[in-house]
Design a protein around this ligand. Structure first.
Ligand code: ADQ
Length: 730
C-alpha cells in the first residue's frame, strides 16, 4: 500500500496544466488557470508533492522552456503542434468523446485520423509520465482526453500503480458501443488499477460495457473487472467542492445595490450544449407566460463562460442563445425591467460568490452532466436568506442533492412550474431544504473526495476471485447442446502451459493432460490442439492418442477421421525458409535464436532487453519481407510465414468441414481457447458461430468472445467440459 502522506509522490496527468501560457512582448507569461479540476487537484499535489503533467495551452518554440513557476510541485509540459490540437483536442476529445459520453450520439463526428492523433498524443503523455516516475509514486490520469495513456504507460512500466478519474458521465452500453474505437478505449481503462467515476450509475454502465464488449469478467458486488490477468477496481467517488472556501468568499463578497428590487434566478455555466441553456431560457419565458405575477418581479441572470469557440456546434449554440435572449427580452421587457441579463464572460471568484449568495433560485438544468459543481457552489455560498436549488435529474449531482427541486430539463412546462414553486416557497421550507443540502456538501467536500480516492487508489491491489466452474455454467451452458457434438480447439503455449523463456521448457503437466484426455474420451467431444509449433513437436509434447493435432499454424494437420493434411505449397517454401533462417542467425545477438519449423520459422526475442528487441525486430522484419515471407508477431517473437493465406482460422475450418461436413455449424458446437495474436485468426472465423476465449493479458483488441486470466483458468474450463453431464447414448 502506498502511503501518500509520506515519501510517495503524486503524478497528476491531465489535458491542461494548472497554468496557462501566453506570449508576452519578450517572454512567456504564466497565468494560473481557474476551473474545477485545478481547484480539486492543486491542494492534493501541494500536500503530497509531485508533478503535474499536461498541455500548457500554446505551442512552445524549439528553444523555449517553460518559465520557472514557484509551486510546491513540478510542472511538466507536454508539447503539441497545431494539427495535434485540432485532431486530438477539438476532433476526437470534444467532437467525438464529449458528445458521445453525454449521450448525444447525433452530435458525434468520428474520423479515423482524429483517432490516430489521439492515440499518438496519449502515447506522448505516457512517455513524458514514464520519464517523471519516482520510486513509490501514484500516477493519477484525468478525464476523457487521456483514456489511452494507461496501456502505453503500462507497457513502459508494468508494475506502476495507475489510477484514472472520469469527470464526465460514462454512457450506457447502447450508446457507448457506437464508438468505432470502443474496444481500444475500454482497454485503455483496463490498464489502470483504479478507475473512478462520479456516480454509481456510471460505474454500472462501465461494468456492463466491459462485460458485453470486451468479454471481461465482472464482479458487481465488489465493482471489479478482470480483463486478461489484470483486475481493475471501478468505484464511484462523487466530487465535492472546497466548501469552506466558497462559504468564506460568500461571507465577504460585496453586496449589489439592486439586491432587493427583484427575485433573482441564476444560471452559471460554460457555454456548452450539454448545459441546457436554451431550454432554461424557454422555461423562464414559459414562467412569464403562465405565471404573469412574476413579470417585472423576476430576473434571470445567465452567466456563460466562452468555451471551445472553434467548434462549429458551440458557435451555433452561441447564436441560438443570443437570439432567444433577444426574443424574450423583446417580448416582455418594460421601461423599468429587462427579464434576462446575459453575461457572456468569465466572472471573478468574488463576483461569482456575490451572485451565488444573492440569488433566490439557482436554475441548474443540464441535459446531461457528469456532476455539476455550480449546484454545489451555490449551496455553499447561501450564507444569507436561503434560496432554492432547481436541479436537473440528468446531472450527477442529482444523485445526492435530494432536497433540490428536481426537474426534467426536456420538460419545459415542468421546469416553469418548478421555477414558480421555487419563487413562491415560504421561508421555512427553503431553510429546511438548504440546511440539509449544506450539511451534506460540507461533509462530502473536496477534501473528503481526495481522501477517498487516494486511499482507494493507493490501497491494496484489487483481487478478483479465481475463475470457477460456475463461471462456465453461466458462459457455456446456454450455448452447448446435449444433442450436438462439441469441437474443442486448444492452442498449446500460453494456453495449456505457461509462457516460459525457452519453448523446450513448456511441458504439459499431468493434470492438464488428464483433463484433455477425459474431454477427448467423451463420445460428445472432439479435441484438437492447434499450435504454431512443428506438428511432431506438439504431438510429442501432448502425447495423447485419439485427438487431432494441427502444427505450423495449421499447415500440417493429422487426426482421427482426417486424412493427414499438409498444405500443397509447403514444399515450395521449405528451402527458402532454410536460407532465411541462416540470414536471421547472422544478425542474431546473444539471447535471440531462430527456430526453423519446415515451412515457417520463429525468431525468439524473449531473453533480450526491450531496447535490443526493438532494434533486432526491425532488422529481422526487413529480412523476412525481402525473402518473400509474411511477418506475424507472437509472444516476444516474430514469425516468418509463407504467403499462402493459411492460418489457424483456415485450419479450424478445415478440421470442422472434414469432420462434420460443409454445414458443420448446424451439427457441432465449437469452443476455441488461445492466448496469442495468431489465435485471432481462429477467433475471427468462429465469431458468431462458436465461443472463444483469449487467455492472458492483451492491450490490443481481440475478436474472442471472452477473456480468461491464465492457464489455471483454462484448466477450470477443461474440468468443466470433462465433467459436464453426457447425453445418454442411442
Ligand atoms: P464542467 O463541464 O466545466 O466540468 P461544472 O462542474 O459545472 O462543469 O464546473 C464549472 C466550473 O466553472 C465551476 O467551478 C464554476 O464555478 C465555474 N464557472 C462556470 N461559469 C463561470 C463563469 N462565468 N465565470 C467563472 N467561473 C465559472 C466537468 C464536468 C462536470 C464535473 C466537473 C468536475 O462536465 O460534470 O462536475 O468537470 O468533475
Amino acid at each position: 500500500m502506498l502511503d501518500l502522506t509520506s515519501e510517495a509522490a503524486l503524478i497528476v496527468v491531465s489535458n491542461r496544466l494548472p497554468i496557462s501560457l501566453r506570449r508576452g512582448r519578450d517572454s512567456l507569461v504564466v497565468e494560473r488557470s481557474a476551473g474545477g479540476l485545478v481547484a480539486a487537484l492543486d491542494p492534493a499535489l501541494r500536500r503530497t508533492g509531485g508533478t503535474w503533467i499536461g498541455w500548457p495551452g500554446m505551442r512552445l518554440r524549439e528553444s523555449e522552456k517553460l518559465p520557472s513557476v514557484d509551486e510546491a510541485y513540478t510542472i511538466t509540459p507536454v508539447p503539441m503542434n497545431d494539427n495535434e490540437v485540432r485532431r486530438y483536442y477539438h476532433g476526437l476529445s470534444n467532437g467525438a468523446l464529449w458528445p458521445l459520453f453525454h449521450s448525444f450520439p447525433e452530435r458525434t463526428r468520428f474520423d479515423r485520423r482524429d483517432w490516430e492523433i489521439y492515440e499518438s498524443v496519449n502515447e506522448r503523455f505516457a512517455q513524458v509520465t514514464a520519464d517523471e516516475l519516482t520510486r513509490n509514486c501514484l500516477v493519477w490520469i484525468h478525464d476523457y482526453h487521456l483514456m489511452r495513456v494507461g496501456p502505453h504507460l503500462r507497457r513502459r512500466c508494468p508494475n506502476q500503480r495507475i489510477a484514472f478519474f472520469l469527470h464526465i458521465p460514462f454512457p450506457s452500453y447502447d450508446i457507448y458501443r457506437t464508438l468505432p474505437w470502443y474496444r481500444e478505449v475500454l482497454i485503455g481503462l483496463m490498464a489502470c488499477d483504479q478507475v473512478g467515476f462520479h456516480c454509481p450509475g456510471y460505474v454500472r454502465n462501465f461494468l456492463d460495457c466491459a462485460e458485453r464488449l470486451l468479454g471481461a469478467r465482472v464482479d458487481r458486488d465488489k465493482n471489479l473487472v478482470q480483463f486478461g490477468a489484470r483486475t481493475v477496481r471501478a468505484d464511484a467517488f462523487p466530487l465535492g467542492i472546497d466548501y469552506e472556501g466558497h462559504e468564506r468568499r460568500a461571507r465577504s463578497a460585496p453586496h449589489s445595490a439592486r439586491r432587493d428590487s427583484h427575485k433573482v434566478i441564476l444560471g452559471v455555466d460554460r457555454l456548452d450544449y450539454t448545459k441546457g441553456i436554451p431550454g432554461r431560457i424557454r422555461a423562464f419565458e414559459r414562467l412569464l407566460e403562465v405565471y404573469p405575477e412574476h413579470r417585472e418581479r423576476a430576473v434571470l441572470i445567465q452567466v456563460a463562460v466562452p468555451s471551445r469557440g472553434q467548434v462549429a456546434e458551440y458557435q451555433a449554440l452561441k447564436r441560438e442563445i443570443d437570439e432567444l435572449v433577444g426574443r424574450v427580452n423583446g417580448r416582455f421587457a418594460t421601461s423599468e425591467w429587462s427579464p434576462i441579463r446575459y453575461l457572456y464572460r468569465s466572472v471573478s471568484p468574488e463576483r461569482l460568490a456575490s451572485l451565488y449568495r444573492d440569488a433566490d433560485v439557482a436554475l441548474v438544468t443540464p441535459l446531461r452532466d457528469g456532476m455539476n459543481l455550480v449546484a454545489k457552489e451555490f449551496v455553499a455560498s447561501q450564507t444569507e436568506d436561503p434560496g432554492v436549488l432547481v436541479l436537473s435529474r440528468m446531472a450527477g449531482a442529482a444523485e445526492s442533492m435530494h432536497e433540490a427541486l428536481m426537474v426534467n430539463p426536456y420538460n419545459i412546462d415542468g421546469v416553469a412550474n418548478s421555477l414558480h414553486q421555487a419563487l413562491t416557497m415560504d421561508f421555512q421550507d427553503r431553510a429546511n431544504r438548504m440546511r440539509a443540502l449544506q450539511r451534506r456538501e460540507r461533509r462530502h467536500d473536496l477534501h473528503a473526495w481526495l481522501e477517498g480516492f487516494l486511499s482507494a487508489a493507493s490501497g491494496p491491489a484489487a483481487q478478483m476471485r479465481p475463475t470457477a466452474l460456475q463461471d462456465f455454467d453461466l458462459w457455456l451452458s446456454p450455448y452447448l447442446r446435449s444433442d450436438l457434438q462439441l469441437a474443442l480447439f486448444l492452442d498449446y503455449d500460453g494456453t495449456l502451459t505457461p509462457i516460459v523463456s525457452h519453448p523446450s521448457q513448456a511441458v504439459l503437466d499431468d493434470e492438464t493432460r488428464e483433463l484433455i484426455q477425459r474431454c477427448g474420451a467423451r463420445s460428445d467431444t472432439d479435441v484438437s490442439i492447434v499450435s504454431g509449433r512443428k506438428l511432431d513437436d506438439v504431438r510429442s509434447l501432448v502425447r495423447l492418442p485419439g485427438i487431432t493435432y494441427a502444427g505450423n499454424h495449421g499447415l500440417e494437420i493429422v487426426g482421427p477421421g482426417i486424412e493427414s493434411f499438409s498444405h500443397e505449397d509447403v514444399p515450395h517454401y521449405q528451402k527458402r525458409i532454410a536460407s532465411l533462417a541462416q540470414e536471421l542467425e547472422h544478425i542474431c545477438i546473444e539471447g535471440a535464436w531462430v527456430e526453423e519449423k519446415g515451412a515457417s520459422l520463429t525468431l525468439h526475442l524473449r531473453a533480450l532487453s526491450h531496447l535490443d528487441q526493438r532494434s533486432l525486430d526491425s532488422r529481422a522484419r526487413e529480412l523476412i519481407l525481402e525473402a518473400g515471407f509474411q511477418v506475424r508477431e507472437a509472444h516476444c517473437a516474430l514469425e516468418a510465414r509463407p504467403p499462402i493465406g493459411w492460418d489457424k482460422g483456415h485450419a479450424v475450418l478445415y478440421v470442422l468441414r472434414e469432420r462434420y461436413g460443409p454445414a458443420w455449424s448446424e451439427n457441432v458446437r465449437t469452443i476455441y481457447a488461445g492466448d496469442d495474436r495468431t489465435d485471432e485468426d481462429a477467433f475471427r472465423v468462429l465469431s458468431g458461430l462458436g465461443v472463444s476465449f483469449r487467455i492472458g493479458n492483451t492491450d490490443t483488441p481481440t475478436q474472442a468472445t471472452r477473456q480468461l486470466p491464465d492457464v489455471e483458468s483454462v484448466k477450470t474450463l477443461l474440468r468443466w467440459l470433462a465433467s459436464r453431464p453426457e447425453a445418454p447414448q442411442g
